[in-house]
Design a protein around this ligand. Structure first.
Ligand code: NAG
Length: 277
């Protein structure tokens, strides 16, 4: 009995290999790619180099540029997966590859984020830079990427960016990440979910409870994907490690369907401090 099952499995493997010959592209098949489950626990720390690798969570979301391969190896050794964050839709004037952007790639400054400008996401130069960032993420061993600022269309960007531009860009980022065997999630950008969700492996959302938008993102859980959700109930008062009050916690955690969300309560500077619901 056992033998025939093995024989059948081998036969199926052979058949599927025959039916689906390797394509010319370097893309990796869907079933090999990392797909975290609904409710996956996580920590996000973007304030410089990761200091505390010991949070008891499944996934760490950390800055691509500020961390090293060895930090990622340490996290992997502890059985954690690693998502690498970078800004895909804004120029940041402190990144090591900043000189590769052209003046024509840049639009208006981001409101409230000094040193950042919206990027023309259709620019072939911008896309070439993002390909190199994805190469870097792959070389560092990132399991997935968290490309930020893909919702320029929803902001005064100075480039005329549209929703269609964002859809095209996010789907392009997904194909590039997948070709490197990395998973990818949609950061915020609720307006474009239905046009990109089939290429995504999760959602990263900020403040859907605060803005009563969590229903918009719930579709990710319906499709079996986690919603990595951050709330900042302490507001701008970030430089402290004080527990949230019961009322602040309720604001972050009590919404319809919240049990399906991977909610973190964070300081706005995304330092190591966090609380869960
Ligand atoms: C792709 O990633 C998955 C999940 O991390 C891993 O199991 C698989 O071995 C990788 N495939 C390749 C071809 O590297």
């Amino acid at each position: 009995m056992a033998l025939s099952v093995i024989a059948l499995a081998k036969c199926n493997d052979y058949n599927s290999a025959t039916i689906n010959p390797p394509s010319q592209s370097p893309s990796v098949s869907n079933n090999a790619r990392w797909q975290p489950a609904v409710g996956t626990t996580w920590q996000i720390e973007l304030l410089g180099e990761l200091k505390d690798t010991s949070a008891n969570v499944d996934v760490y979301d950390i800055d691509l540029f500020d961390n090293s391969k060895s930090t990622i190896s340490t996290l992997h050794s502890a059985g954690r997966k690693v998502i690498c964050y970078f800004s895909a839709g804004s120029y940041e004037n402190w990144r090591s590859d900043k000189n590769q952007f052209q003046a024509s790639d840049m639009g208006k400054a981001l409101d409230g984020w000094p040193g950042e400008k919206w990027l023309d996401v259709s620019s072939s130069n911008v896309r070439a830079i993002m390909r190199k960032r994805l190469d870097m993420a792959q070389a560092m061993g990132c399991d997935g990427v968290d490309p930020d600022n893909v919702d320029g269309y929803d902001n005064d960007n100075g480039l005329g960016l549209t929703k269609d531009d964002a859809i095209n860009y996010v789907n392009w980022l997904a194909s590039e990440a997948h070709a490197r065997n990395m998973s990818i999630g949609l950061k915020n950008a609720g307006d474009i979910i239905e046009s990109v969700i089939d290429n995504m492996q999760w959602s990263v959302n900020e403040q859907c409870a605060q803005y009563s938008e969590c229903d918009t993102y719930a579709v990710f859980a319906e499709k079996g994907m986690p919603i990595f959700h951050i709330e900042y109930p302490k507001g701008d008062d970030t430089n402290n490690s004080n527990d949230v009050t019961a009322n602040q916690k309720k604001k972050a955690c009590a919404f319809d369907g919240s049990e399906k969300f991977s909610t973190l309560i964070k300081n706005m500077n995304l330092d190591s401090w966090f609380q869960t619901c």
